[in-house]
Design a protein around this ligand. Structure first.
Ligand SMILES: *Cc1c(COP(=O)(O)O)cnc(C)c1O
Length: 405
């Protein structure tokens, strides 16, 4: 299929709006992706035509909503090649999924056990493990990274031992764009019988991970970073873990029988899905996955790589500009600073010119501490961005530099 950028852009109503009198150039895709009309339509269709609570209703609307919600779960299962659809647990998003695992893993740990995380984690990936360590007496170990912004694999190997119970790494760093070698990370963790949880929030709009092939134990992601709505995501939990680990929250949906003496829990996935879920969100997530697959991940990555290469080259022509995250394996994120100028000031001027970028520590303060900087300007590209938009960004950065130095 040929990659028709103009046709793709027409699918996204927001891309034709203006900001501060300029056409919007949306380069904050690592924070959230924009939504195609097809996803917006799925949301409107659900609330207009078959909104109902699911799983227990005998009436038609409830059955239609249940069918659509469970069809979305199967679609997601197929997309990620999970063995069973009940290994796909719907959650409110990545952060929730990580907290769920960190909470239910309490029963697996004892004092002196070790959890390994990477040095380039999002805050949502650091705090839950610190809390788990406080509860259990386990110890948190950190895989260091190098100047290029890549993990040092030999240091990871040294950290692994029979004390390691869980390894936690993001698939792609949201602050640097680095793609981590998760297949190898999982393989080495399994050699010492440690479980692995991968944060795929940043990867799933660029890469189609294959859960069975990776043999990953847990994998989390958010729909809003895959063109779907906010407030919905998945936690993939390998069946053996799902059966073994205790429930997270108690409530409706997650029970089998309830009396005041004893409650028995429902099987997977409902054991981990207490309460009325985000039904519409799940259905719209399914629509977003269809949309991405229809364009094709190979075409998406080829286009994004072209944008990344061009933006890197053009930005580096600006004197005093430094890019953070320069390893060979990275996605379309350019995190940079200009010598002597605060990233926030650059971001503010770019916004005046219609260019949306992120500035700050990107929820990854340890990375900023590593480089001894307060933050960066981060331009992150999606498949709907164009080379012309890169030119607009570069001109805007030059203008900001002139005004601020
Ligand atoms: C966005 C992001 C998260 C948090 O996702 P939420 O949808 O806010 O829960 C976690 N990790 C990475 C790498 C991210 O990019």
């Amino acid at each position: 299929m040929s990659f028709n950028i103009q046709k793709i852009r027409n699918d996204f109503p927001i891309l034709s709006r203006k900001v501060n009198g300029y056409p919007l150039v949306y380069l904050d895709n690592a924070a959230t992706l924009q939504k195609p009309q097809l996803v917006i339509d799925a949301i409107v269709d659900y609330y207009s035509n078959y909104n109902a609570n699911i799983h227990r209703g005998v009436h038609t609307l409830s059955q239609e909503a249940t069918d659509a919600y469970e069809a979305a779960r199967q679609k997601i299962q197929k997309h990620f090649n999970a063995k069973e659809s009940h290994e796909i647990l719907f959650t409110p998003g990545t952060t929730y999924g990580i907290n769920l695992v960190a909470h239910v893993f309490t029963s697996e740990l004892k004092k002196g056990d070790e959890i390994i995380v990477s040095a380039m984690e999002h805050h949502s990936n650091i705090v839950p493990w610190q809390m788990l360590c406080e509860r259990t007496g386990a110890i948190l170990k950190v895989i260091p990274m190098n100047e290029e912004g890549a993990l040092i694999f030999s240091e990871y190997e040294k950290l692994l031992s029979e004390k390691t119970k869980l390894v936690f790494v993001n698939h792609i760093s949201n602050a640097l764009g680095t793609i981590n070698p998760i297949a190898k990370i999982i393989e080495y963790a399994h050699k010492v019988n440690a479980a692995v949880l991968i944060d795929g929030a940043q990867s799933c709009s660029h890469i189609k991970p294959n859960f069975q092939e990776l043999d990953v134990d847990f994998y989390v992601t958010s729909a809003h970073k895959m063109c779907g709505p906010t407030g919905i995501g998945i936690l993939y939990m390998k069946e053996e873990w799902g059966n073994k680990l205790p429930p997270y929250q108690g409530g409706g949906e997650m029970i089998d029988q309830v009396t005041f003496e004893k409650t028995t829990y429902a099987g997977l996935p409902f054991k981990f899905e207490a309460g009325t879920p985000n039904i519409c969100g799940g259905i719209a997530f399914g629509a977003a996955i269809d949309y991405l697959n229809n364009i094709g991940f190979d075409a998406i990555v080829a286009h994004e790589d072209e944008l990344l290469e061009y933006a890197t080259k053009k930005l580096l022509e600006i004197e005093g500009l430094r890019i953070y995250g320069t390893g060979p394996d990275k996605t379309s994120v350019v995190s940079f600073n200009i010598e002597g100028i605060h990233p926030y000031d650059i971001g503010t001027i770019l916004d005046k010119l219609g260019v949306a970028v992120r500035t700050g520590h990107h929820c990854a303060q340890p990375i900023m501490d590593f480089y001894k900087i307060p933050g960066t300007v981060r331009a992150s590209f999606a498949f709907y961005n164009t080379l012309e938009e890169v030119d607009i960004l570069v001109e805007a950065v030059k203008k900001a530099k002139m005004m601020l130095s």
